[in-house]
Design a protein around this ligand. Sequence first.
Ligand SMILES: [Mg+2]
Length: 96
Amino acid sequence: MRLQSEVDELVKALGGYWKPFEMLAALVEETGELADAMLALEGVKGNGSREALVEEIGDVLFALACISNYYGIDLEEALRSTIEKYRRRDLSLDGD
Ligand SMILES: [Mg+2]
């Protein structure tokens, strides 16, 4: 994915990738922030905004792109594999 290259350039310009578990911690932290943004947008906890949700989705994707880059994994390929997995499993497109 082209955006992964941009993330890679930025991370390297900022001093390089964090250690694996630091990146995992960042992903978990951002996932928590995404949860807060969703709860706020749904009126469960405070008042949220679509802009905050967009920001947190971007943050989660950035953290995920860092982990993917570190391990040399193409995010688009991974997503395509998952789409295919659910398509086969839940739409029974495997001929079963
Ligand atoms: Mg965030």
